[in-house]
Every structure is written in structure tokens, then in C-alpha cells.
Design a binder for this molecule. Structure first.
Ligand code: F6P
Length: 324
């Protein structure tokens, strides 16, 4: 392997730049050329490439977003799109790819690898933490810190006004952000897609906490939770049926995807980036690198996408006990 391409794809996540930097610098260390592919798979199809040397990635370890840009490409889902991508890779003499992203990114890599036998290694970068084969995805820790910081502020105003706040956090299909940030921010209840609490139990719990002397409350709701049709309808329902609080909703949205990565995410990205390059140089392919029990380990891309990364039920129990 003489030349490695690196791209970011899907939703961006803080720490992606640190991962790009690690891949570029590991290539440089091992005397392999590195090419940045812009806008994920779409840039692959369009041949939007740039040679990257160790100095091109100076001063990006601390920056959120991704210098390579990112996209969700529908064209790459087609055979014709992938054929164009392969042609550009061959013309540029790129021998292998490092794919930084989430499950959509890895699915693309798998299909491409099956079709063209093209070496691909995945690095998990998504704030959702919903990837099997790693305890943490790059960006998750930073997003948690952002959410906790914001909920701390919401707590100030909630307690001043004796209000109940519903705070919606990201996680289309997964409750990792909600659960961890909810415990970290001391939320009264945490609603996640993996666990159906039911409206009655939610009302009961809020009544109980009011009786126990609480004058305000914060409920963290994952975007993908199904208890209400959406968080505004849920808040409306609770306000009408509880009749004990003025209720407000705060949807945190894309602020959770931005910001300077935490030290944890930078270290994780650096470790996984180096390992991805080393695996390719070792002739490995179709794998994702992840961190399990603080060791860098590999998982088949297929398992990374299909496997179930279970939420930590102990955290649910801790949250229950804490909201007494
Ligand atoms: O997968 C990351 C994520 O931030 C999800 O939590 C969220 O549902 C989704 O991306 C939002 O996607 P977009 O930025 O395309 O609106």
C-alpha cells in the first residue's frame, strides 16, 4: 500500500479533525502518501481529492467539524455512482481508504469493498455512540459535555420560575446521549428509544417528585423517543394532565454537533487514526477500529453496522435512584 485516502462522511462530530490528523500523520510516519477526499462519498464520485502532508493538518486537533467536509451521498447508493468512485480512486492511484463516520458510512464501505475488493478501514465518528464494536465513538464525549453545560444553564432558569423543562437531545435511534447527559446533568427523568416508560409512569413519577418537595424538574428526551409524537406534544400533554407546573421545551439540536473536541475525543481519535493506518499496512480490510475496555480492537464492518450496542442499564437504575 503506497497511498491511502481518508474521508469523513455522514453527520459530522467533534474530533473528526483529530482523526484526520492522526491518519495523515501516521501515513507520513510510515512513508505512505495520504489523500484527503472531500464531502465523503460524494467527493469520491466527483474526484474531489487533495494530497495531504503532515503540515496540512497543523492546528486542527482542537477544531470542531471536519476540514474535509462531509455529506450523505445518495449517488453512492447506486452501482453507477460507485463505479465512478472506483475510477477516480484508480486514476489517483489510491490503494486503500480510511472512512470516518457512522453506520451509513460503514455500510457504503462494505458494499464498495464487496464490489471492488477495495481495502477499507472504518473509524467510528458520530455523536450518537450507536456503533457496535466500540465503547465510545469519536464526538460522543464532547457532545455530552455540551449537553450537560447547557442543561446546567436551563436548570438555573427552571428553578427560578418553578418550571418543568423538557430538553430534547440528539439521537435519532439511540438514547446514549440522553442517558449519559441526563445522569450527568441530574435530570428527573430520561426518555430514550430503548426503553418505553409510558405516559402514565412519567406522570406518576413527576407527581411523586412534586410531593417530595421539588419545585422544578428537568426531563431529558432523546430525539428518537416514541413516548409522545414529538417533544412539544409530550410537554403539552404533561402540562394539561399534571396541572402542577408551567412547562417549557428546549430542543438543543445541532449545537450538540459543534465545538472544540474534549481531550477524551482527541485521544480516542488519535489512537484510532494511527491504528487504522497500521491495519491497512498490515493487509487488513473491512474492519472498524474501536475502543473496548480501553484497548484498540477491531470489529467486522458488517458487525459494527448490524450489531447491537446496548445501553447501560445500570445508568437507568442510577438515574431512578437519583431522582428520589
Ligand atoms: O447521527 C448524528 C445525528 O446528529 C443524529 O443524532 C441526528 O438525528 C441526525 O444526525 C441529524 O442529521 P442532520 O444533521 O442531517 O439533520
Amino acid at each position: 500500500i503506497k497511498k491511502i485516502g481518508v474521508m469523513t462522511s455522514g453527520g459530522d462530530a467533534p474530533g473528526m479533525n483529530a482523526a484526520i490528523r492522526a491518519v495523515v500523520r501516521a501515513c507520513s510516519y510510515y512513508n505512505v502518501d495520504c489523500v484527503g477526499i472531500y464531502r465523503g462519498y460524494q467527493g469520491l464520485i466527483d474526484g474531489d481529492f487533495k494530497n495531504l502532508s503532515a503540515r496540512h493538518v497543523s492546528n486542527i486537533i482542537n477544531r470542531g467539524g471536519t476540514i474535509l467536509k462531509t455529506a450523505r451521498s445518495n449517488e453512492f447508493r447506486t452501482k453507477e455512482g460507485r463505479a465512478k468512485a472506483y475510477k477516480h480512486l484508480k486514476n489517483a492511484e489510491i490503494d486503500a481508504l480510511v472512512l470516518i463516520g457512522g453506520d451509513g458510512t460503514f455500510t457504503g464501505g462494505m458494499v464498495f469493498n464487496n464490489e471492488y475488493n477495495f481495502p477499507c478501514i472504518g473509524i467510528p465518528g458520530t455523536i450518537d455512540n450507536d456503533i457496535f464494536g466500540t465503547n465510545y465513538t469519536i464526538g460522543f464525549d464532547t457532545a455530552l459535555n455540551t449537553v450537560v453545560e447547557v442543561i446546567d444553564k436551563i436548570r438555573d432558569t427552571a428553578s427560578s420560575h418553578n418550571r418543568l423543562f423538557f430538553v430534547e437531545v440528539m439521537g435519532r435511534d439511540a438514547g446514549f446521549i440522553a442517558l449519559n447527559a441526563g445522569v450527568g446533568a441530574g435530570a428527573e427523568e430520561i426518555l430514550i428509544p430503548e426503553e418505553d416508560m409510558g405516559l402514565d409512569r412519567l406522570l406518576e413519577s413527576l407527581k411523586r417528585s412534586k410531593r417530595s418537595g421539588k419545585s422544578s424538574s428537568i426531563v431529558v428526551v432523546a430525539e428518537g423517543d416514541k413516548i409522545g409524537k414529538n417533544v412539544f406534544e409530550l410537554a403539552d400533554y404533561v402540562e394539561k394532565n399534571l396541572k402542577q407546573y408551567e412547562v417549557r421545551v428546549s430542543v438543543l439540536g445541532h449545537m450538540q454537533r459543534g465545538g472544540s473536541p474534549s481531550c477524551f475525543d482527541r485521544v480516542l481519535a488519535s489512537r484510532l487514526g494511527v491504528s487504522a493506518v497500521e491495519l491497512l499496512l498490515d493487509g487488513k480490510t473491512n474492519l472498524m477500529v474501536g475502543l473496548i475496555n480501553n484497548k484498540v480492537q477491531t470489529t467486522n464492518l458488517e458487525n459494527a453496522v448490524k450489531g447491537h450496542h446496548a445501553i447501560n442499564r445500570e445508568l437507568l437504575r442510577v438515574s431512578d435512584i437519583m431522582s428520589i
